[in-house]
Write a protein that binds this ligand. Sequence first.
Ligand SMILES: *Cc1c(COP(=O)(O)O)cnc(C)c1O
Length: 392
Amino acid sequence: MLDIKKEDKENILNTYKRFDLVIKEGKGATFFDESGKKYIDFSSGIGTNSFGACDDEWTSAIEKQIHLVQHTSNLFYTEPQVRLAILLCEKTGMKKVFFANSGAEANECAIKAARKYSYDKYGSDRYEIITLVNSFHGRTIATLSATGQDVFHNYFYPFVDGFKYAIANDIDNLSNLINNKTCAIMIETIQGEGGVNALNEEYIKYIDKICKEKDLVFIVDEVQTGNGRTGYLYSYMEYGVSPDIVTTAKGLAGGLPFGAILFSNKLENTLSYGDHGTTFGGNPVCASAAYSILTRLNDDLFNHVKECRKIIEERLKNEKNVISISGKGLMVGIELKEGIKAIDVANQSIKNGVIPLTAKTKIRLLPPLNITFDELNLGLDLLIKSINEVAK
Ligand SMILES: *Cc1c(COP(=O)(O)O)cnc(C)c1O
C-alpha cells in the first residue's frame, strides 16, 4: 500500500507542516480518514468549501459543465462566466468583473488596476498603496510586498516598491501616511491569517471617506471574509461603505480554485485590451461551481451563519481556558489562556476527531457555512475537550 505520509515528504516540497492526517473523503462538515475514522471539519479547506464536502447541488453543477466543455481559454465567450458575472454585479452593485484562479492573483489584479487608475489620471508618481500592519494578501512577490508582516519579507529580495503599512484601527497613523504619492488603501475587514482581528467600524468608514475625498482606490480584500463567511455576502456590506475594488476567492467556487475582482464604475474601464489576462481564470467548470454557490448565498444562509456564531460564543464564553472570541459569523478566532499553544490544541483536536485551524496564537474556525447544529455542537464538544486536555 502507498505510504502517503512518507512518500509525500519524499516527493513534494516540504513547504507545509501538515497535520498528521490523511483525509480521504467527506460529506458536508464531516470528513473521513483512510481507516474510516470520522472528523468534524471546522476548516472547510481554509474557508473554501462553503457548503462543505461534495455538496449535491455544487457537484451536479460541476458535472454538468465538465461534460459540456472543461476549458476554452479567454479567447472565446462562455456562458458560465457571463451568468456568474451578471449575478456578482447584481448582488453587489459593482460594475464589472475579472476572473482569476486564486486570492493572490485577485489581489495582484487589484494592485495593477489601482496603479493604472492613478497613472491614467495623475501620472507616474502616484503609485503608493497603503495596507495594514499584520495584513495578509498572498504569496506572489507583489502580494507579499502588500502583506504587512515582517516574517514574509525575507529571502526573496527585492520586493515590490511602493507599499506602506498603517497600524490597524489607528486613524491618525493612517492619515499621516497618506500623501500625494498615495493611490490606494487596501484592507481586510477582518485580518484572517493575522489572527482573526476585526477592524472597527469607525476606521473602515474613515477609509471609505478619505478614499472618496482624495480619489484613492479603496480595495477590500474579501478573499477570506467574503461569500457569506461573516454573515454578509461580502463583509464590507455590514458597514454601508462602497469600495472601488473587491477581491474574492477562497469560498467563491465552493472548493475549486477560483477568484474574482469586482470593480465599481470608477474603475470599470481602467484595465482594457491587453492590460491583464490569464489562461485559466474564469474556467467554465469553476465558474459553474461558483454560480451554484452564489445563488444560495441568501438571507436564510446568513441567518444560519449568525445563529451558529451565537452557539459558538455561548458555548465558549465561560470556558476557563478561553480568554476571548474574535471575528464575525463563521470566521472565529479563539484566544487561549496564556501557556496553551494553539498548535498543540489543533493536534490534540485532530486526535479527538475535530479539525480546527490556527491563526498566529489563536485557534481559528472556518466551518462550512451550512454546518448543521448537530455537527457544530459535536465539533465544539471535541474542541473544548481538546483545549482542556492540552491545558492540563
Ligand atoms: C488566503 C488569502 C489570500 C491568498 O489567497 P490564495 O488563494 O492562497 O492565493 C489573500 N488574502 C487573504 C485575506 C487571504 O485570506
